[in-house]
Design a protein around this ligand. Sequence first.
Ligand SMILES: [Zn+2]
Length: 245
Amino acid sequence: MTFNHSYEKNRISFREIYFPLSKRKKENFIKRVKSIVTEYKKKIQDKTDIDLGNIEVKSYRYFTTDALEELERRMIISGKIDESKLPFLLKYIGKPFLEFLRICREDWVDLTVIGSQGRIYVPFGFSAKTNMYWEQFGKNIHLEQKVVHELSHILWNKIRESEDSPEDLQCEKIWNEGFATYCDSKYFKDLYPPGYELMNGKRPAVYENGRKKVDSVIRERGDSALFEIPNRWTEFEKSLPALVN
Ligand SMILES: [Zn+2]
């Protein structure tokens, strides 16, 4: 399989799981994610005929800064907050707090995306480095499937017509995760190399619940309804049979 040699020269030792990884190793890993992104972006565009736009891949340490920038943009667009108060709120309250959360979370997160910005973030925390470590001994860390998952979030944003934040953010998150999970495990399954093993086992509740919702929409309306979900999920939510909720 194609991913078997690139990490050879980039071995990470057991010690490095607990200590910061060298800049070179981080850069090499980001490069590897980038090449997977390029490959699968093309495959997804060919299959869907939807242009995913320019996609950046960067270290998760930039997540806070970028997420705040995005939040600021959305708040200004929606007029939810007085523009003159933004810099103060963000600099002195929002940023240190979110930076603290980012550091705590980085140990446990996987690839993360800000779909509307087309940016994918690569974490180098405890859990990510443990994966990198075990990959040397043959563990499949499912980078391809994770990349397809994040690209599917970007796809969701490309299909979505409105720029406004939905009223029920939590519900949108469930549908969005369900969509990406359905895409990475079913709809884009044919894009992986032959014999590619998908992640098995249960994923966190938000993914599973979302996937059940998406499954039931597809069962009822067929495959073509998949791409209607980003614009019509509120409507679908109301018509779902009670057992999915
Ligand atoms: Zn996701």
